[in-house]
Design a protein around this ligand. Structure first.
Ligand code: OXD
Length: 309
């Protein structure tokens, strides 16, 4: 794609999600003949849209396409479709980030190790100067575990790659299995209808599903009931895929060992949520993709995509 006017609006309250001067230098040196314009704020972005043929942005509303006659492509770092809406006319192409897996899979592994290696016990013991060496006999090892990943897009596949390197046996769950009947990092690929059969065997269940009507409540109370006694659940996708009351019931009944949760039905998680105080829950504030490498990975992916457009 030949870009004449590039408009950038990559400011974000999360600093690691914001473009820095080094990123702008890289972009300018990669496109020496392109006019590269950085919007000062959202109003400035809207005003400058009329000139732009390509934008890099965190937010784009569908009504903005009308005033952007030259626009050909919108790129956003976000994996989810929550903040950048597609052009209803289909004229402008929209590209969402696919690079997050390399960061988020490490967040996932850290959560798994937290439960497998009983790190909450270590932290508690350390606080009280207790040498609790006799309390680790039931620690588990990822190399001897079965992990079911529901949502096997770029994120789930990247997680599967790292888990396989750890020695885990991965089951991939996809809504549409066409072309995914086999995968190099999964011992088995199944669709959602077969999940109830596989859940009793999985030591860890990872949910990395997109938001939206299609996934609303897709992981039901029956799915929680079918999980193996002592299994852990991780949600790094979106908080709409189960009812939090079902998760809380499963945690309170003792059937689940723990849950590592990065996303919630309401964010920020309200102070009144019982999840905050459950002892077997590890909460992170929708931060599993936050990392210093974030914008570097986005720009690399964008440069590669633009080269091939
Ligand atoms: C995303 C996110 O990129 O949830 O969609 O951070």
């Amino acid at each position: 794609m030949e870009i004449r006017n590039l408009l950038i609006n990559l400011g974000n309250p999360v600093q690691a999600f914001s473009a820095q001067s080094s990123h702008l230098e890289l972009i300018r040196s990669s496109f020496p003949d392109t006019c590269v314009c950085v919007a000062e704020n959202s109003g400035d972005f809207r005003r400058k849209l009329a000139e732009a043929d390509c934008v890099l942005t965190w937010v784009f509303k569908k009504e903005w396409y009308e005033g952007a006659a030259n626009l050909q492509a919108v790129f956003t770092p976000a994996a989810g479709h929550d903040w950048v809406e597609k052009d209803p006319s289909g004229r402008v192409r929209t590209f969402y980030g696919h690079f997050h897996g390399r960061i988020m899979r490490e967040s996932l592994i850290s959560m798994m190790l937290y439960f497998n290696r009983k790190l909450s016990k270590s932290l508690g013991d350390q606080q009280h100067k207790v040498w609790g060496r006799l309390g680790y006999n039931d620690c588990r090892s990822i190399f001897n575990q079965r992990v079911l990943i529901a949502g096997f897009g770029s994120l789930g596949q990247s997680m599967a790659e790292l888990l396989t390197a750890f020695g885990a046996r991965v089951i991939g769950v996809k809504r549409n299995l066409a072309g995914f009947e086999k995968h190099p990092h999964a011992v088995k690929m199944i669709n959602f209808d077969r999940m109830l059969e596989e859940l009793p065997e999985a030591d860890h269940v990872v949910l990395v599903l997109p938001g939206g009507a299609e996934t609303d409540g897709i992981f039901t109370a029956s799915h929680f009931q079918a999980m193996k006694q002592g299994a852990c659940l991780f949600n790094l996708g979106r908080g709409n895929c189960y009812r939090e009351t079902d998760l809380i019931d499963a945690l309170n009944s003792g059937s689940l060992k723990g849950a590592g949760l990065d996303v919630f039905s309401e964010e920020p998680l309200p102070e009144s949520s019982p999840l905050w105080t459950l002892p077997n829950v590890l909460i992170t504030p929708h931060s599993s993709a936050i990392s210093s490498e974030y914008v570097d990975l986005f720009i690399d992916e964008w440069l590669e995509t633009v080269k091939n457009l």
